[in-house]
Design a protein around this ligand. Structure first.
Ligand SMILES: Cc1ncc(COP(=O)(O)O)c(C=O)c1O
Length: 320
């Protein structure tokens, strides 16, 4: 599905990330990470620093700055295609080409996009990882992860994969194998719903801003159009008044949509990023990153789109 040579199936998304990084980096190496990545991957960076690995974090939408960050000992560049929660899209082709000019590997966590939307290896990435817990599993009832790459690179990872205990159990493997058969069907429905829902949210007066790469005003809309297929992802964020009490009321007023940490399943879920990221950053840091009390993230499911729009419309009335 990803156009790699071999895929290792892991016990979770974070297991595939830690296995990949601990296999490929050693004390004295330098690596460059996008700053807009999964919160626990950011925590993992602190662990890697404890093992003597030098890490720089950067805004990967700023290619000119990224060019200046490579050092003689840089071994790896790490990014996601679409950032959580503000949905910035990175130019993976330019990033991979830059990494290769410096003899570095490019690792992409493509969990939010899936091979249905982009195959990063086709754009020059060396390793693609996924949390299979999300879209591949699709029903929020299993955890898993995957690492896809060339035979040569997987051979460097395989031994640590076994030693770190990252192998997925048989029952979860079976569940994910079952779910992959409907990945395309689910993605098609979820992507269509996301596009229509993003447009509908823009027309609700309580909504101040909508972040979705499919919208023309999104800063990377043109790039998204160029590199993504079949749609613009199923993740949408939107901003309402920064009023925690009203945000709580809104969340409790939703009937079809669920407030849940997980994403990518057939049920639409929402998250409150500023609460979810509180473990990794101070409030001041979060507000500076645009993660304020009024920011809500949606993972669009496959329900009837009219039910979804109606549910958001009625729940958002708490802000009127
Ligand atoms: C982008 C991304 N990568 C990796 C993970 C980790 O996946 P898992 O929950 O399967 O460990 C997550 C989880 O939310 C994620 O959002």
């Amino acid at each position: 599905m990803e156009n790699g040579e071999i895929t290792l199936i892991c016990s979770s998304g974070i297991a595939d990330i830690s296995t990949t990084l601990f296999s490929l980096l050693k004390s004295g190496d330098h690596a460059i990470f996008s700053k807009d990545i999964y919160g626990e991957t950011i925590e993992l960076i602190s662990m890697l620093r404890n093992f003597g690995i030098d890490i720089t974090t950067a805004d990967f939408t700023d290619i000119e700055t990224l060019k200046t960050l490579f050092k003689a000992n840089t071994k790896l560049v790490y990014t996601e295609i679409m950032a959580n929660p503000l949905t910035q899209v990175v130019d993976i082709e330019k990033i991979s080409s830059l990494a290769h000019q410096h003899n570095c590997l490019t690792v992409v966590d493509s969990t939010f996009t899936t091979p249905f939307v982009i195959k990063p290896i086709n754009f020059g990435a060396d390793i693609v990882i996924h949390s299979l817990t999300k879209f591949f599993g699709g029903h929020s009832d299993v955890t898993g992860g995957s690492i896809t790459s060339s035979k040569e690179i997987i051979n460097k990872i395989r031994h640590s994969y076994l030693l770190l205990g990252a192998v997925l159990d048989a029952n979860s493997s079976w569940l994910i194998h079952r779910s992959i058969k409907t990945l395309g069907l689910r993605m098609k429905a979820q992507l269509n719903n996301a596009y229509t829902l993003a447009k509908a949210l823009k027309n609700i007066s309580a909504v101040k801003e909508v972040y979705y790469p499919g919208l023309e005003e999104h800063p990377q809309h043109k790039l998204a159009e160029k590199i993504l297929s079949n749609g613009y992802g199923t993740m949408i964020s939107f901003r309402v008044e920064d009023n925690r009490d009203k945000v709580d009321q809104f969340i409790h007023s939703l009937k079809t949509v669920k407030y849940l940490g997980t994403l990518g399943g057939i049920r639409t879920t929402i998250a409150h990023p500023v609460s979810a990221f509180r473990g990794e950053f101070t409030n001041e840091e979060l507000y500076k990153m645009g993660l304020t009390e009024g920011l809500i993230r949606i993972s669009t499911g496959a329900e009837d789109i009219n039910d979804l729009i109606a549910d958001f419309t009625q729940a958002l009335e708490v802000f009127v």
